[in-house]
Design a protein around this ligand. Structure first.
Ligand code: ATP
Ligand code: MG
Length: 368
């Protein structure tokens, strides 16, 4: 029996656009469906030239392949005109009511703040690798680089494109290694100092978070600047449902500084739960196979005890990790079976299993 038009449309309602994360029918992106015998041809609106067309085609094919009587699916993307794009952007913009989509009450997104009172302990490296490791588990993950003065996440992810702007209203985060990335660095010239302070900084961060089109990812991993300053305080007010992870090295002196961030989150004014401590640069494995504790011992455990949270992972010191960061090829991608990659994967597994079951059911986002 041949498949009917209505069945195809129904199946397409289950297909999310890879950039807008809403279904193709609701977005008005299904332009034409033609059925001849067991062959279905679907013409789909392509948002921008950079859109991930392969992924869109894969999703449509996967959804239609399951229908009885369908043997062949052809998906033809057609680039939207400027006017079509503007109209869609206007509709999307009107639907989001000026708030950050993943913080809406009932949103299932888990927001992880990666923080430390101390600089240079590996917050950004942890953020990037942990985010990719979560994406490798099949989660949709966004990374937010909130380090206004020392943004480093796009470079670590090898992203050198700015976000795509849809109809002058909506920013689509660039994507690398399966994660989407929004960095405050996209809006700041590298050769100019950033002099936002207090209220201006607060406003800029808020604008930055609301202008991006996030949908409702499974995880948003936020890279914070070192310390306990204005940015952390502002983010805590925008992202009240977040949970924090504190990064430290094994050195007792580093741990004492790192803990300030943890204590700030746990304070009654901020009240963001700390879910764990991540110890970075824990040891170096020599050619002789022995572990050398280059940066001392016990900082992660001591901090976990002080904050009364678990030590969720230890990442060894490996030159390849820095090289990967500099080259825009994170270690979990460049060397998947290596010691640090395994540490990030098991951390991701632990975090995913711990946080995923408590997700709340949520109403699907709707475009008005
Ligand atoms: N486990 C590791 N092994 C080797 N090098 C590492 C490791 N972790 C981080 N690094 C390197 O140490 C430097 C600092 O790391 P990173 O930028 O991630 O720290 P940070 O805490 O985000 O720093 P900042 O406070 O400046 O934001 C980088 O050059 C990074 O590549
Ligand atoms: Mg950093």
């Amino acid at each position: 029996m041949s498949v009917v038009h209505a069945q195809v449309l129904e199946a397409l309602r289950g297909v999310a656009d890879p950039q807008l994360h809403l279904d193709l029918v609701e977005l008005g992106l299904v332009r034409r469906v033609e059925i001849s015998g067991s062959r279905v041809e679907v013409v789909v609106g392509q948002l921008v030239p950079e859109s991930p067309v392969d992924e869109l085609q894969r999703r449509v094919r996967a959804a239609l392949a399951g229908l009885d009587g369908v043997d062949q699916v052809d998906v033809e993307p057609v680039l939207m005109s400027d006017q079509e794009r503007d109209e869609l952007a206007q509709r999307l913009d009107a639907s989001r009511s000026g708030s950050i989509s993943f913080t809406a009450p009932g949103a299932r997104t888990r927001v992880l703040l990666v923080a430390s009172g101390k600089g240079g302990v590996g917050k950004s490296s942890v953020t990037v690798n942990l985010a990719i490791a979560l994406a490798q588990r099949g989660r949709r993950v966004c990374v937010v680089d909130a380090d206004v003065w020392g943004f480093s996440v796009p470079a670590m992810l090898g992203i050198d494109r700015p976000p795509i702007v849809l109809g002058n209203r909506i920013l689509l985060p660039p994507r690398a290694y399966g994660v989407e990335c929004a960095s405050i660095g996209f809006f700041v010239r590298e050769d100019q100092p950033v002099i936002w302070r207090g209220p201006m900084l607060h406003k800029a961060l808020e604008q930055f978070l609301t202008d991006f089109w996030w949908g409702e990812p499974d995880f948003v991993v936020v890279d914070l600047p070192p310390g306990t300053g204005d940015i952390s305080l502002s983010l805590a007010s925008f992202l009240p449902r977040a949970e924090a992870y504190v990064v430290t090295t094994p050195q007792p002196a580093a741990q004492r500084v790192a803990q300030r961030a943890g204590l700030m989150f746990q304070s009654s004014q901020i009240s963001i739960p700390v879910h764990g401590v991540i110890e970075n640069m824990s040891w170096f494995t020599g050619d002789d196979g022995k572990r050398y504790e280059l940066f001392g011992h016990g900082g992660g455990e001591a901090l976990a005890e002080r904050l009364q949270v678990p030590l969720v992972g230890q990442v060894p010191f490996v030159p390849a990790l820095r090289e990967g960061g500099d080259a825009g090829l994170p270690v979990v991608v460049a060397r998947p079976g290596s010691e640090p990659a395994a540490a990030f994967s098991s951390m991701a597994e632990r975090i995913d299993e711990e946080l995923a079951p408590t997700r709340r059911d949520h109403p699907a986002l709707r475009v008005v």
